[in-house]
Design a protein around this ligand. Structure first.
Ligand SMILES: N[C@@H](CCC(=O)N[C@@H](CS)C(=O)NCC(=O)O)C(=O)O
Length: 203
């Protein structure tokens, strides 16, 4: 099995999941959007993005699908298969469409765009994303009150997914500490080697 990655937002989640599950994957550093690599990469992901997992003759892109596949192969309940599965998927979907979408604006414009362009959007773009970030972080904070983890008090992939932006929050300018329960979740996750330093030993 091969897991193609870069050290960016979504591949970080997939690599952390693979590390957490001790998946027997070969980690392949990739630059799928580099003009010299795009055509070749399109064969394994038409979106020319990472992460991508190749396993058992199939190819999986999207961090969530990769976590699902690796969890199944490990026989783990990291990706829930019991009655809590819909709730886990609810938080995964919510994270993608709401929390990470807001956080992604700061991640992209403050950390990624400056590497290759000299352009910043209007301040209103940042203001709107910050309003959304604070609203959704408030929702997450409320959900975490009285719970150790997001779903059924056991770690699941939903905890990784809602935390997608947390490792980049300080550098991107996204407030975490204003939300004490979310900060606690971030601290708990940081105690896991797989989450704190998923790229340890990788290029
Ligand atoms: N929805 C996809 C997003 C994939 C994506 O946007 N990947 C970006 C990194 S966050 C990418 O491949 N960028 C080019 C690179 O990292 O070289 C997922 O969650 O896996």
């Amino acid at each position: 099995m091969r897991l193609y990655y870069s050290q960016n937002l979504n591949p970080r989640v997939a690599v952390a999941a693979a590390r957490y599950l001790k998946a027997p994957v070969d980690y392949i550093a990739a630059s799928p959007m580099h003009p010299d690599h795009q055509d070749a990469f399109r064969k394994i992901n038409p979106n020319t993005r990472v992460p991508v997992l190749t396993a058992e003759g199939r190819t999986y892109w999207e961090a969530d699908a990769i976590a699902c596949k690796l969890s199944a192969l490990a026989g783990a309940d990291f990706w829930r298969t019991d009655n809590s599965q819909p709730e886990m998927i609810m938080w995964i979907s919510w994270a993608t469409h709401h929390l990470n979408s807001a956080g992604g604006v700061y991640y992209f414009w403050n950390l990624i765009a400056p590497q290759f362009m000299d352009f910043q959007p209007e301040q209103s773009v940042f203001d709107e994303a910050m309003r959304d970030w604070r609203q959704f972080m408030g929702i997450l904070d409320t959900q975490l009150q009285g719970r150790e983890w997001l779903v059924d008090d056991r770690l699941s992939y939903a905890d990784f997914r809602v935390a997608t932006c947390f490792p980049f929050a300080k550098a991107a300018g996204l407030p975490l500490a204003d939300f004490p329960q979310v900060q606690r979740l971030a601290d708990q996750l940081s105690q896991l080697d797989a989450w704190r330093d998923p790229f340890a030993g990788l290029a």
